[in-house]
Design a binder for this molecule. Structure first.
Ligand code: ADP
Length: 280
């Protein structure tokens, strides 16, 4: 091999080494970028875990706090009963009734907590069948009539008969929550009206009240878990703040929508739209 050929050969080998080196550098850069990305994903996952941890401990502390009030009431009543400290039979009966109401509140709170937990862990199951919503709402209205009368709130219904593909128990719970809230947050002499209509293959149900309303600056938080507006806490000290969180999930799982309009000290209207059962 001549000298010039040797030089050419060396040059070619050098060029090959060079491009191999460049390829390795590119690979290294790519691996570096991957590492940075993985690091970012890991710290994001870590942040999410930390947030979940805070949510979980909030959940436990709120639940424990909410259970403590009715439990303390029951404990105190049992204590009084054991020592026979009530002044009369009427007083005793009255307090036993209060203990029973506290027990109901705890059961309802525990049920709400379980449902909220099921929603978050993806275990909230639905069984869909044809459901006549008007019939369900009439059933709820009959059940809450005593509550409305005790609070001197007038309840009126104007419902169209319509069938949806829904989970009857969940739809019932949804309207029970909306109607009970409407009664609960409406002062004496007020009224609650429930109406429905059909519009573009949707059943639209509205629950309107002449109650305390929702403060404008808190309206965007109303469907959040455990959220209760300050004016609502003043009216009703016990309440889970879970009802609307659950309601939103129920409506979403039916392919519907839940919205509201509210004016402080004038009233609130919740509107639920649910797709009608298609006749195909
Ligand atoms: P709870 O009634 O147990 O507090 P919900 O999740 O059902 O929980 O409601 C969340 C909050 O939304 C209530 O605490 C209250 O601030 C507000 N809210 C719901 N319905 C009404 C209503 N009809 N009028 C006024 N405020 C309401």
């Amino acid at each position: 091999m001549s000298d010039s050929e040797k030089i050419k050969d060396l040059e070619q080998r050098l060029a090959a080494c060079n491009s191999e080196l460049e390829r390795m550098m590119r690979e290294q850069q790519e691996a570096g970028r991957l590492l940075v990305r993985r690091d970012l994903a890991l710290s994001r996952a870590n942040e999410q875990l930390k947030t979940l941890d805070v949510i979980k401990s909030d959940f436990i502390s709120i639940a424990a706090h909410q259970l403590r009030t009715p439990l303390s009431a029951i404990k105190w009543i049992i204590h009084m009963l054991a020592r026979d400290e009530f002044k009369s039979v009427v007083e005793r009966k009255d307090f036993i009734q209060k203990a029973s109401e506290s027990t109901d509140r705890m059961i309802s709170l525990v049920n709400d907590l379980l449902e909220a937990d099921h929603i978050e862990s993806g275990k909230y199951q639905f069984i869909f069948t044809p459901v006549d919503v008007a019939e369900l709402i009439k059933g709820v209205a009959t059940e809450v009539q005593t509550m409305a009368m005790q609070r001197n709130v007038k309840l009126s219904l104007e419902l169209v008969s319509a069938t949806i593909n829904g989970d009857a128990l969940k739809i019932r719970a949804l309207f029970q929550n909306l109607i009970e809230n409407a009664i609960k947050y409406t002062p004496q002499e007020g009224s609650v009206s429930i109406a429905s209509a059909i519009h573009n293959d949707f059943l639209i149900i509205s629950v309107s009240d002449t109650g305390i309303g929702i403060p404008e600056q808190q309206q965007d938080q109303i469907f959040s878990k455990f959220f209760r507006a300050a004016n609502a806490v003043r009216v009703d000290t016990v309440g889970s703040g879970l009802g609307l969180f659950i309601a939103k999930e129920i409506v979403a799982r039916h392919g519907g929508k839940i919205e509201f309009t509210s004016t402080i000290n004038q009233g609130t209207t919740f509107t639920v739209s649910l797709p009608l059962l298609s006749k195909k």
